[in-house]
Ligand binder design. Structure first.
Ligand SMILES: Cc1ncc(COP(=O)(O)O)c(C=O)c1O
Length: 434
């Protein structure tokens, strides 16, 4: 064996030994902690990342393209474009939809419907492209866009729906796509919380024109940072590839077409459109290639844990309301969200403070009603109808861990802690906070 291979083998062995010793995220009853997220990567992904760095081929290249093909095949779509985050995937999708390269593209002042219960970078690309976001309320059963309010929100300037599959629960895509067809609207799916989710057996992201996913640390699988946009439209794919990197034609499949058109310009630097630099690295792709085959197994664990929580916490049904899996949908549980029902004597602050004291991390359900966030004071938008359900989720909702590393002891600890809180509160041993 040559010295190079021996050094790599050594590195591999050392990383494996390190991870075997220190990567133990299972529950320790002596020191209970239930974090919102734990790593999905182990020694193999870390070695692949380092090996990629040692190869010195680290900027976007063959591994990114191979991972794009692998992801598109997993998601049942023809094409995919990887970027450096889920936010960048959202940005690319909107930028391409508002770009002159797209037939019948969106124009300044056109409206795009979004759920009020969504994420900042679901909405910001709409504003960044001089389009107008129209915020619509959610449904308190599945937490996704309220379909009746959605239809009422459609106006003469509405051109697209950018939906979110909230917390991994697929939207009713039969209804959304029927509505989109009736009103001639483009559909963008923000699937950043819903990797691996499906509706009627079909992966989310493959219904609309484009679907966007995130590989951030806290998601179902991770490439550290990273995102991907999937589509069945070749022209749209080419536009996203061009916009992803500077606006040059280099990464377009039809690059040669532009080389022939502009023979006087150096083929490496033909700028045929606007662009950003949203490129992922080969390191991200190397990790993704190893992570993707694990995704379905990781989701099975999330579904099992969600089922356990729902069964055990149903004893507090007078206080807790849970997100309902969409009929025909496969929910992938980004976390486990809970809403306190009207009349519940304790507040979100009371219960989450108790859980925090017992080292169970909690968080809001996404970021609640986005229309309540101060950034909206500065930018044009429309609020369609009332956002009372998104407000309820903001005021009365919270979420905790439902990921692959929540093992049997961890989930038992979570429900026992909640039981103990409810009992202590009802007995007057815990006082309501102001
Ligand atoms: C619905 C939604 N969209 C977009 C994003 C952004 O993804 P990223 O953190 O990879 O930029 C998130 C992040 O969690 C999200 O929940």
């Amino acid at each position: 064996m040559n010295n190079k291979q021996a050094l790599l083998n050594n590195l591999h062995d050392n990383i494996r030994e390190y991870c075997d010793t220190y990567f133990d995220f299972s529950f320790n009853p002596e020191k209970p902690v239930v974090r919102l997220h734990e790593p999905t990567s182990g020694s193999e992904e870390i070695f692949a990342a380092l090996e990629t760095m040692l190869s010195t081929f680290t900027t976007m290249g063959k591994k990114v393209r191979a991972f794009e093909n692998q992801y598109a095949a997993y998601n049942g779509t023809q094409y995919s474009v990887m970027s450096n985050s889920g936010s960048s995937a959202n940005l690319l999708a909107v930028a391409a939809l508002a770009n002159p390269f797209t037939p019948d593209h969106l124009k300044p002042g056109d409206e795009v419907i979004v759920p009020a219960l969504s994420w900042s970078t679901t909405i910001w690309p709409i504003i960044q492209h001089n389009l107008v976001p129209v915020l619509v309320d959610c449904d308190l059963n599945d937490f996704n866009l309220d379909l009746e309010k959605l239809e009422r929100a459609i106006g003469p300037r509405t051109r697209a729906i950018k939906l979110v599959h909230v917390y991994g629960n697929p939207c009713n895509m039969d209804a959304v796509m029927a509505l989109a067809k009736k009103h001639n609207l483009f559909v963008i799916e923000d699937c950043c919380e819903a990797m691996g989710a499906a509706y009627d057996g079909k992966p989310v992201g493959s219904f609309g024109l484009v679907g966007n996913f995130s590989f951030f640390f806290s998601h179902h699988i991770s490439t550290m940072e990273g995102g991907i946009s999937v589509t069945n439209d070749f022209n749209f794919t080419e536009t996203m590839r061009i916009l992803r990197a500077h606006g040059w034609s280099r990464e377009a499949d039809e690059h040669q077409k532009y080389v022939n058109l502009y023979p006087d310009i150096d083929p490496r630097f033909i700028f045929i459109n606007l662009g950003y630099n949203l490129r992922p690295t080969e390191v991200n792709a190397a990790m993704g290639q190893l992570q993707l085959p694990k995704l379905d197994g990781l989701i099975d664990k999330r579904r099992e844990t969600a089922d356990f929580y729902a069964r055990h916490l149903s004893r507090h049904a007078e206080f807790f309301h849970f997100q309902q899996e969409t009929p025909k949908g496969k929910h992938v549980w980004f976390g486990f969200p809970v809403i306190l029902k009207d009349g519940t004597p304790f507040s979100v602050k009371d219960i989450t403070a108790y859980m925090q004291q017992h080292h169970i991390e909690t968080r809001p359900i996404i970021a609640g009603n986005m229309a309540r966030h101060p950034a909206f004071n500065m930018y044009e938008h429309r609020v369609a109808g009332d956002l009372s359900s998104a407000d309820t989720i903001m005021k009365k909702g919270f979420a905790f861990a439902c990921h692959h590393a929540v093992d049997e002891r961890a989930r038992q600890y979570v429900v026992d802690t909640i039981d103990a809180f409810v009992e202590a509160f009802l007995n007057g041993q815990i006082q309501k906070t102001a």
